[in-house]
Design a protein around this ligand. Structure first.
Ligand code: ADP
Ligand code: UVW
Ligand code: MG
Length: 239
């Protein structure tokens, strides 16, 4: 973008899910037994909104969401990234209004748009199981977009010390985690992940799901946005 857009309109990559990432980073560092200021990790928040974030030495250095939470990974009902030229073409060639684009990209796209039936991974995994013994992903573009996001975040790092999933899908949809990790060997990430009981994860807050000695350590972190707000509030109040 030209400088004028940044200066006059204040356009910037804002990024989202920071509370979730702060929480997940601390938990992953504890699990690895290493200080955050010497860690290079990719964190992935998969919920209704989905994003990935590269953390270098305790600081976020890149993230997939942009000025708005519409950019990046395929989400439940949000499209994620698409060719900006397609939007211009839809407006010019088919006369779509700003409101129509806004509504469609925020509420009728993503997994819902791809599947045509549901934006909820639980429905889609169940439906895929019914069709074939091994889940068939009509909506394969969602884990694919997540792999692309993780790989593009890794490009901002020198090495990948760990990969951590959080958010409701990250926590409780093992089929999605497996689909992502089993095809990320290019980053040294391996599939064959363990599937912890949700009760154990919630009680302990974090579980290592990558098998020992098999590639980059992979974790699941119980989503901690509310705990992070509480921790930061206590810090501000000096409690
Ligand atoms: N046990 C579960 N409970 C709720 N949502 C789940 C569960 N397992 C998977 N999901 C997925 O997580 C999505 C909601 O994620 P969540 O983090 O609650 O949303 P948001 O990011 O909007 O706060 C649902 O759309 C569904 O696809
Ligand atoms: C920013 C964002 O997408 O939030 P949520 O995951 O809660 O939808
Ligand atoms: Mg959320």
């Amino acid at each position: 973008m030209p400088e004028r857009w940044r200066a006059e309109y204040g356009l910037r990559r804002y990024g989202f899910h920071g509370l979730s990432y702060s929480w997940a980073l601390q938990r992953a560092a504890q699990a690895l037994g290493r200080p955050v200021d010497n860690l290079q990790v990719v964190l992935v928040h998969l919920g209704g909104g989905c994003s990935a974030c590269a953390v270098r030495n305790g600081r976020s250095v890149d993230t997939t969401m942009g000025l708005t939470p519409l950019e990046g990974l395929v989400m439940s009902r949000r499209s994620g990234s698409l060719d900006p030229g397609a939007l211009l073409w839809l407006q010019r060639r088919h006369g779509l209004s700003t409101d129509e684009l806004d509504d469609t990209l925020h509420r009728h796209s993503g997994l819902l748009g791809l599947s045509g039936t549901s934006g909820d991974t639980r429905d889609l995994v169940r439906a895929a199981r019914r069709v074939m013994p091994r889940p068939r992903w009509r909506w394969r573009r969602s884990p694919l977009s997540c792999r692309r996001g993780i790989a593009s975040m890794a490009a901002s790092l020198d090495r990948l010390d760990a990969l951590a999933f959080t958010g409701e899908i990250g926590e409780d949809q093992p089929e999605v985690r497996e689909e992502i990790c089993s095809a990320l060997t290019v980053l040294g990430v391996r599939g064959g992940l363990l599937v912890p009981e949700l009760d154990d994860l919630m009680r302990e807050g974090l579980r290592r799901i990558g098998r020992a000695g098999r590639g980059v350590p992979v974790f699941v972190v119980a989503t901690g946005e509310t705990q992070q707000i509480a921790a930061e509030t206590r810090r501000v109040l000096g409690m």
